[in-house]
Design a protein around this ligand. Structure first.
Ligand SMILES: NC(=O)c1ccc[n+]([C@@H]2O[C@H](COP(=O)([O-])OP(=O)(O)OC[C@H]3O[C@@H](n4cnc5c(N)ncnc54)[C@H](O)[C@@H]3O)[C@@H](O)[C@H]2O)c1
Length: 382
């Protein structure tokens, strides 16, 4: 029997139910022993649904338990509790637990670096909900790039977009879509909420970090409806584009949006190099959640690539929908990294800090209408 890590989950909402908890149920390396939500009824429902022994409403009580190895932060911040993930992630690490945290860990990249440094000082591993690097098609794309399929990286084009909030009538379930001060300058939203995973992939596939960006944020749907039926001004970025230059000479364009017509999750990653090109789409269409295509200089018509079975998570069933398929890989990978020991720890808080620094730089570029160089300034701890 494989070593089983004991897991406590904080946040029992929609994403916990559709992605995190099903993922933990599938990996042989984990057992969720406790769940916490400020809403007791919700926590109890999930406990029944996923056979979890203990229920809490106070995260502090769960964190005080000595018999838990891993904490999963799957809460959602609100306008009066914006730093919700950050507080819980720091508390989990302080308590000596490995930590999986939904994105963003912190809105300011410097605090994500601090959390990373804390984890390192305690020998703990971290992982961020950068879901799409765990899609089997994206994992295989990375393996092909490792094997030299594209040669020297030239250009990356990335999209993370769908039409979730195109209608002003659709009730806003994401409270962070309602700015505290609607008359203030546009608030970063899609760039952080949707953009993070494709920004992560852009660095992973181009094998480099970003040194300079210029970008634009736009609000296309100015009024939205709250869950209790009020119409409110929502001056948020619901569409954005930036271009960037990598340290290694490659360049990229990245677009994220809540209001561009198309299905979930809505990612496209195009990597072009001296020796070939790969295009991965994660857009669920007619029951197919992922496709990968390749072309070569002497065979320029893109052809589909079959994804080998080893890139699929335990318990995979053909036709499975993307949230459980991709997240099962993420959770299983994190549990393996902890159980195996060693240095391996992909998509951790350090990577999340690099992603967040780009988000912060694009926002600065838009507000100051100019190119911004990275690093922004010396972070407290690298
Ligand atoms: N990585 C991805 O692809 C992806 C996809 C969807 C959602 N998410 C993220 O997952 C997180 C959860 O999203 P959701 O849709 O499940 O939200 P949700 O609103 O349905 O659920 C969040 C739950 O967290 C609870 N909560 C908040 N603060 C708490 C605290 N301090 N202690 C205990 N419970 C607390 C709330 O009561 C709520 O039940 C969000 O950060 C969201 O951005 C990520």
């Amino acid at each position: 029997m494989a070593e089983q890590l004991r897991v406590g989950v904080i946040g029992a909402g929609r994403w916990a139910a559709s992605a995190h908890l099903p993922g933990f149920a599938r990996t042989p390396y984990a057992k969720v022993v406790a769940i916490c939500d400020q809403n007791r009824e919700l926590a109890e429902t999930r406990a029944k649904q996923f056979d979890i022994a203990d229920v809490y409403t106070d995260a502090g009580e769960l964190l005080a338990r000595g018999d838990i190895d891993v904490i999963d932060v799957c809460t959602r911040g609100s306008s009066d509790d914006r730093d919700n993930h950050e507080k819980l992630a720091f508390a989990a690490l302080e308590a000596g637990k490995h930590c999986l945290c939904e994105k963003p860990v912190a809105h300011d990249y410097r605090n994500t670096w601090k959390a990373h440094a804390l984890a390192q000082s305690k020998g703990l591993k971290t992982k961020v909900g950068l879901t799409f690097r765990y899609a089997p098609a994206m994992m295989y794309m990375r393996a092909l790039i490792n094997d030299g399929f594209i040669g020297t990286p030239f250009i990356f084009n990335g999209f993370e977009q769908n039409s979730q909030f195109i209608s002003s009538e659709i009730p806003v379930t994401k409270m962070d879509l309602i700015p505290e001060n609607p008359l203030a300058d546009i608030k970063v939203s899609s760039l952080e909420g949707y953009g993070a995973p494709i920004i992560d992939l852009s660095m992973w596939f181009m094998d480099s970090t970003i040194k300079s960006v210029v970008g634009v944020l736009r609000n296309f749907v100015p009024y939205r409806t709250t869950v209790d039926g009020r119409k409110v001004r929502t001056n948020i970025d619901d569409g954005d584009i930036y271009i960037g230059e990598y340290e290694n000479g490659a360049i990229c364009s990245i677009q994220s949006s809540y209001v561009t017509v198309g299905n979930y999750p809505g990612l496209e990653a195009r990597a072009y190099g001296s020796n070939g090109a790969l295009i991965c789409r994660l857009v669920e269409e007619f029951g197919v959640p992922q496709t990968l295509h390749q072309a070569k200089p002497d065979a320029v018509e893109f052809v589909p690539v079959e994804i080998p079975a080893e890139y699929f998570p335990p318990g995979y069933t053909p036709g499975e929908s993307w949230p459980s398929l991709f997240y099962a890989n993420l959770v299983h990978n994190f549990m393996e990294e902890i159980v195996n020991g060693g240095e391996e720890n992909q998509g951790n808080f350090a990577q999340s800090a690099r992603v967040q620094e780009i988000i912060n730089a694009v926002e600065k570029s838009y507000r100051e209408r100019r190119w911004i160089d990275l690093p922004l300034d010396e972070p407290a701890a690298h």
